[in-house]
Design a protein around this ligand. Structure first.
Ligand code: FUB
Ligand code: ZN
Length: 658
């Protein structure tokens, strides 16, 4: 056998034996990386700047000074028998903050911050054990109990290590943290896998991280490990859980094998990270089993278990899902991390299918449920994001379990990841964000410039600049909110005002051009030339939104949405009350330029009946008052106050406390 033939046989054997790389990638679109996108947007740019200058400083201060997260690494390296301080998953917050700093360094070079990262990386590296093990909790407290309890986040923490390492390597070219993460991944891979020990992680996250490591190193053992971790679930193999709720409730999505799952269960963040990882594995391996299961689960989430804000996981006791249509407003848990996870998962689903409805959901979670997790000042956070408040909720500097701050920081810092996608045929504009980028299509660099005042205005101008005349498809997402069925599955629909067009007019260099619609995108296929200017506008009337009758909490109530932005009424703008307001079904709202703590927004206003309780606390009357509604993501930035997203349409549904 000549040498080439021998290699061919060896390669074929590999394909058959591992079963992982035996299929073709089935990704329909590849997101353009944030590092390739320059954001000029009036909405997002100040937020990215705020993360770079405020949020990350808050994360550093809390991680290093106010809490023992960094000290734990120092203690391991000192070998003095000191004990771990904090919670067993605190290492993950260090890694997530590092990841967010890495993204930020790419767009906002900052030598002081980079020095801080390097300092932390040295401490992390010094805490790694000779065999690659890395975990400050076990190393300091119970070194002989490593990997004895699958729910104790040893793998979750280091999934975040891998994500940070890949991000920092991409941002700076420095390998030290990447090498630490590779050593840990190799150590884990040597212990667990087919023919080795079983492992049913108690908190999924490592799967998606391993796919990132595979893409960075090219070593497919990490992809196989990710696939194997997914395949371990739902077989009753979980061992040593300290959390009893685990086994019987689907808390960690371990009731049924992943490829057989049809319903969403359990902890929301665990679910989002797992499905993101499954989508990542499927994208590489072409495994349709994951996609089929995820479509069913996705429908269960979006059709029956998602708030209008795109928030998910209504219950605090399991930080997750309960029964269908159980979406209480004041008690809504809606962890910030879960909305961040929705952004991750929906992007992956869009890449796999090429369908824009996933971006509709992504956009809803991004502009509402996730963004609400970050204060306008950039240094206060929400862990839970309720849709109603009696004034008891306040943004906080930090949390005991502090997963959310760095999670929203890393999302905002890398927001450029979600704007554009590409394939061999063309370019998709998924989010309308002022930005420019260069994307290669048919071997030609295409410069794309987007100018817009979205989300306050639906006008978008796209300048297309190919190096030479090039034929390709430009796909423009037609946002789900543009039509009356606001979300896939019609859990929420707009009532009253309707935009009858399903596609806006597209003007190329001032002249109307036809657009074919497929998968929720307007497809503009033509030979593009230097300086082509495409303009379109998504009309943004104020939409009154009703939910399905099954969603009892919202019966006889409406919410307000304009463009992708969900609104709420907050006491601060409305005589300190938000629970006494009625919105009769026929109400029309005006739009006004408004300022919430320096954030220039469009507020909605109308003169509405407001309930007045008499001094006797018995008599009730109504008065007409000018009411102002503000974007949900801006609430609770001016102190504690009442708030409601869903407002009653008649007096009988007002739930006022007096
Ligand atoms: O367990 C680690 C993180 O803490 C989870 O992702 C969050 O939901 C919080 O429980
Ligand atoms: Zn969180």
């Amino acid at each position: 056998m000549d040498i080439l033939k021998r290699y061919a046989v060896l390669f074929a054997a590999m394909l058959i034996s591992n079963g992982v790389i035996s299929q073709q990638s089935m990704q329909k679109m590849e997101p353009v990386k944030f590092s390739e996108v320059n954001i000029t947007d009036q909405f997002w740019k100040p937020k990215i700047d705020n993360v770079a200058t405020k949020t990350l400083d808050a994360c550093i201060y809390q991680t290093e000074v106010k809490t023992a997260r960094i000290r734990n690494f120092e203690k391991v390296a000192r070998h003095q028998g000191e004990k771990h301080e904090g919670i067993f998953y605190d290492d993950s917050d260090v890694f997530k903050a590092l990841e967010a700093m890495a993204y930020s360094l790419k767009t906002h070079p900052n030598p002081t911050m980079e020095k801080k990262c390097d300092e932390w990386i040295d401490k992390i590296a010094a805490a790694q054990q000779p065999d690659g093990y890395l975990n400050t909790f076990y190393t300091l407290n119970e070194p002989d109990k490593r990997y004895s309890d699958m729910s104790m986040h040893e793998d979750y923490n280091n999934g975040h290590l891998i994500e940070a390492a890949v991000a920092y390597y991409n941002a700076t070219g420095k390998r030290k943290l990447l090498d630490v993460s590779i050593r840990w991944a190799d150590h884990f891979d040597a212990l667990f896998g087919p023919g080795k020990r079983d492992w049913v992680t108690g908190h999924q996250e490592l799967e998606l991280a391993l796919v990132k490591l595979y893409k960075t190193t090219g070593d497919d053992k990490y992809l196989k490990l990710a696939d194997w971790l997914l395949s371990e679930r739902g077989k009753g193999l979980a061992k040593g859980y300290t959390w009893t709720e685990w086994k019987d409730t689907g808390y960690a999505q371990d009731l049924v094998p992943v490829k057989q799952q049809k319903e969403i269960t359990g902890h929301a963040v665990r679910a989002m990270y797992m499905y993101t990882g499954a989508a990542d594995v499927a994208a590489q391996t072409g495994d349709l089993g994951y996609l089929k299961a995820m479509r069913n689960v996705w429908e269960d989430v979006v059709y029956r278990n998602m708030y209008i804000t795109g928030g998910i996981g209504s219950a605090g006791n399991n930080e997750g899902f309960t029964t269908d249509y159980d979406l209480p407003n004041e008690q809504a848990y809606c962890e910030t991390c879960a909305s961040v996870g929705m952004v991750f998962w929906n992007q992956r689903m869009n890449s796999l299918t090429g369908s824009s409805e996933y971006i509709d959901v992504l956009e809803r979670s991004l502009y509402n449920g996730a963004l609400d997790g970050l204060s306008l000042s950039g240094d206060r956070f929400f862990y839970g994001n309720p849709l109603a408040s009696r004034g008891q909720h306040a943004r906080r500097e930090w949390f005991g379990t502090a997963c959310c701050p760095a999670n929203i920081a890393r999302l905002v810092a890398s927001i450029g990841d979600y704007i554009y996608a590409k394939n061999n045929e063309g370019i998709a504009i998924n989010l309308f964000v002022g930005s420019n980028t260069t994307i290669k299509v048919s071997n030609t660099d295409i410069v794309i410039k987007q100018e817009t005042n979205y989300p306050w205005n639906g006008k978008v101008k796209v300048t297309v600049d190919p190096g030479k005349k090039t034929k390709f498809k430009l796909l423009i997402r037609i946002p789900g909110w543009y039509n009356s069925n606001m979300v896939p599955g019609n859990l929420y629909t707009s009532v009253g005002v309707n935009v009858s067009q399903s596609v806006p007019a597209f003007l190329l260099n001032g002249k109307s051009i036809p657009a074919e619609v497929s998968n929720g995108y307007a497809i503009l296929q033509r030979e593009w030339k230097k300086g082509d200017v495409l303009e379109f506008e998504f009309a943004m009337p104020v939409k009154k939104v009703a939910s399905r009758d099954d969603l009892k909490q919202n019966n006889n109530r409406i919410a307000l949405q304009r463009g992708p932005i969900v609104y709420c009424v907050e006491g601060t703008d409305n005589n300190n009350s938000a629970w006494n307001i009625i919105i009769p079904a026929e109400t029309n709202f005006d739009e006004i330029a408004y300022d919430v703590s320096g954030e220039k927004i469009i507020a909605l206003t109308a003169t509405l009946p407001v309930i007045i309780i008499g001094n006797d606390k018995i008599s009730v009357s109504t008065e007409k008052k000018k009411i102002i509604a503000i974007p949900y993501y801006t609430w609770a930035n001016r102190g504690k106050t009442e708030m409601q997203v869903w407002l009653p349409t008649s007096i009988k549904d007002v739930k006022i406390n007096y």
